[in-house]
Design a protein around this ligand. Structure first.
Ligand code: DQA
Length: 150
């Protein structure tokens, strides 16, 4: 089973950007954490990060036929990008939304999540752990789809 992790803009700046909100862990720390958790779960993973909306859209499209599920933190594009929402709907893979910070308690412009409308699970404000929880949820979603009687 392969689960792709897709991260949006400025997440490569973790550890430097607003540590009071996002923590002191770096993006490399996050990637290591995700790889370790994926290994524990026995799932293959590929981690992608881009600061460009179109590259994220293309990556989601490329998941079709290559990944069984998607874990996505679209970062600021969460709140603006209908293109990312449409791409997630287009591939129609099980998807989970992750946010390190608790966006529900932040500015009003962070209260809408377009990408989240195409995600069946949401892990918000749990820091790195949100990715582990999302991987587990997507593994279960794929397994249930594979083994549920037709
Ligand atoms: C974020 C929350 C977004 O509102 C913000 O633009 C980010 C990161 C998070 O992980 O908490 O860049 O997605």
């Amino acid at each position: 089973m392969t689960i792709w992790i897709i991260n949006g803009p400025n997440l490569n700046m973790l550890g430097i950007r607003e540590p009071g909100i996002y923590g002191k862990g770096t993006y490399e720390d996050l990637c290591r954490y995700i790889r370790d958790e994926a290994e524990k779960l026995g799932v293959e993973t590929e981690i992608f990060q881009s600061n460009h909306e179109g590259e994220i859209v293309t990556k989601i499209q490329e998941a079709l036929g290559r990944a069984d599920a998607i874990v996505i933190n679209p970062a600021a594009y969460t709140h603006t990008s209908i293109a990312i929402l449409d791409a997630l709907k287009a591939v129609n893979l099980p998807a989970a939304e992750v946010h390190l910070s608790d966006v529900t308690k932040r500015e009003s412009f962070r209260q809408i999540s377009y990408a989240g409308m195409a995600c069946r699970e949401h892990f918000i404000g749990l820091g790195f752990e949100g990715y582990a929880r999302a991987l587990k949820a997507m593994k279960n979603a794929v397994e249930n789809a594979l083994f549920s009687p037709k």
